[in-house]
Write a protein that binds this ligand. Structure first.
Ligand code: NAD
Length: 492
């Protein structure tokens, strides 16, 4: 039986690229092909970019009320379709469907939130020179090339799209070639909710083919990227050659500091969720867990006991807490860090085997190691899987120093009941978001993004408006001010 075909979506319709190159999309729980993905070649990317350019004139000129009616309708349509969308995403990513209810809701809320932000944008006026009125307006910037990863396709692609189109821009999105289906379905639903053709186009294919053609396309004015740091570097360099501004949401190796004075039951729940939610495949994972020495033995023992009890299973089973990793190569890479850990003197505390009863699927028992020091590769490199690296500290100065001794700076977690310790973590840790006594609280309008190798720019109300709009200054004299009069003087 031939596989269903997933294509690109241009001008609101499936597009048949003539590249002839197809990729199999694999169900990570069953290791079976789910669909054949037709790769968009340069010609298809060109059609998509031109479609977005054509749509830009009307979409950017639309009043925010009218545009917001469409964005709110998209929110409602996605909420109404949340269950089938979550099931589709669970099937392709391996993420447990119980997590996805929240992530699909997040996808819908992204459209509503940024519509609200766009409708409250205002300009500026200046009267430094009283003979003039000078005012500043914001205008949509143009066509964006948006690129998203596989670890939470709906939540992350919708964030890229919503922050872009809410301010009147149009776009071409390239989702990950590993998990294209749920995003394709979401964009179909957006059209059913009234999105005009061409405002959001989707091109499918590999990063170095379809993604690279998109970043380089002359009709693409700016680039929004969520993905790995090395890919981000390559994309930013390519965008820079054409002077295209780019926003980069990249990787992390975030510290979770557990102080002896913390509510340790909550800290245990929070650090487990911080590393193992979404199968451990999350940029904001608290993958370096720093525990104060006086409580370390007990805390780590409790953590390992809970880790061993995590329910691994089919992503579509609502009881499942952890599904398979996204694809075979990724599973192998995650497991390769066990040997790296041992070679650098770490103690493997649990995990790393294929769980009993699973002959198929990229399943891995969640892993925890006690690292020798923060310089170890398991404390410095993003593993992006269910792999917790423990370190022990004595003083809060030491914990903050360890947290900062990283090339990354996406988020940090601190678990403490001491206000001064919490405030010091907030002030002194160099990361874009600090979560005190909570795992992963996303406030969509607050800036989110990374320091250092974790990215440049921020998503959020003000920061997205700044990235996705151009500022224009207009000056008008209020009376006939004296003008220089070249050529009007009598001849000498
Ligand atoms: P990746 O960098 O391999 O791929 C991301 C996307 O970029 C994919 O769509 C891919 O096809 C595309 N791509 C790859 N090479 C390209 C090129 N040369 N030109 C254009 N596009 C190209 O990342 P991934 O493995 O899909 O995702 C995991 C990474 O994403 C992790 O590092 C994770 O931390 C990061 N991430 C960051 C955030 C954040 O908000 N900071 C959120 C989620 C994931």
């Amino acid at each position: 039986m031939s596989l269903p075909l997933a294509t690109s979506l241009i001008d609101g319709k499936p597009d048949r690229s003539l590249s002839g190159h197809t990729l199999e999309v694999i169900d990570p729980a069953r290791e079976e092909a789910l669909c054949a993905l037709e790769e968009a070649d340069e010609a298809a990317v060109d059609r998509a970019a031109r479609s977005a350019r054509r749509a830009f004139a009307a979409w950017s000129a639309m009043g925010t009320d009218q545009r917001n009616d469409i964005l709110f309708a998209i929110h409602d349509r996605l909420i109404a379709e949340a269950e089938p969308l979550a099931a589709l995403e669970a099937r392709t990513t391996g993420l447990p469907v119980r997590n996805l209810a929240g992530l699909v809701r997040r996808a819908a809320i992204n459209f509503r939130s940024f519509a609200e932000v766009a409708s409250t944008l205002s300009g500026e006026t200046y009267v430094q020179n009283p003979d003039y009125l000078t005012y500043v307006t914001r205008e949509a910037k143009g066509v964006a090339g948006l690129i998203s990863p596989w670890n939470a396709p709906l939540a992350l692609s919708s964030m890229r799209i919503a922050t872009c189109i809410a301010f009147g821009n149009t776009c071409v999105l390239k989702p990950s070639e590993y998990t294209p289906q749920s995003v394709l379905r979401m964009v179909e639903l957006m059209h059913e909710a009234g999105l005009p053709e061409g405002v959001v186009n989707v091109v499918n294919g590999r990063g170095q083919v379809t993604g690279a053609a998109l970043v380089d396309h002359p009709e693409v004015d700016m680039v929004g990227f969520t993905g790995g740091t090395s890919t981000g570097r390559a994309i930013m360099a390519a965008a820079g050659r054409r002077l295209k501004p780019s926003i980069m949401e990249l990787g992390g190796k975030s510290a979770a500091i557990v102080c002896a004075d913390a509510d340790l039951e909550r800290a245990l729940d929070g650090t487990l969720a911080g590393i193992y939610a979404s199968n451990g495949q999350q940029c904001l994972g608290g993958s370096r867990i720093l525990v104060q020495r006086t409580i370390a033995d007990r805390f780590i023992a409790d953590f390992v006991a809970r880790t061993r009890a995590i329910r691994i299973g089919d992503p579509l089973d609502p009881a499942t807490e952890m599904g398979p990793l996204a694809y075979a190569g990724h599973r192998d890479r995650v497991l390769s860090y066990l040997d790296i850990a041992r070679a650098q003197g770490a103690e493997v505390l649990c995990g790393g085997e294929r769980p009993a009863g699973f002959d198929k699927g990229y399943y891995v028992e969640p892993i925890a190691v006690l690292a020798k020091d923060n310089a170890s590769r398991v404390c410095q490199e993003e593993i992006f899987g269910p792999f917790a690296s423990f370190l022990v500290f004595d003083t809060i100065d030491e914990a903050i120093a360890i947290a900062n001794a990283s090339d990354f700076g996406l988020v940090a977690y601190a678990w403490t009941s001491n206000l001064a310790t919490a405030m010091r973590c907030s002030r002194e840790i160099r990361a874009g978001t600090i979560w005190i006594n909570t795992p992963m609280m996303r406030e969509l309008r607050a800036p989110f993004g990374g320091y250092k190798d974790s990215g440049t720019g921020r998503d959020g109300a003000t920061s997205s408006a700044d990235f996705f709009t151009e500022l224009k200054t207009t000056s008008i004299p209020l009376r006939d001010v004296a003008l220089p009069q070249f050529g009007a003087a009598p001849p000498i």
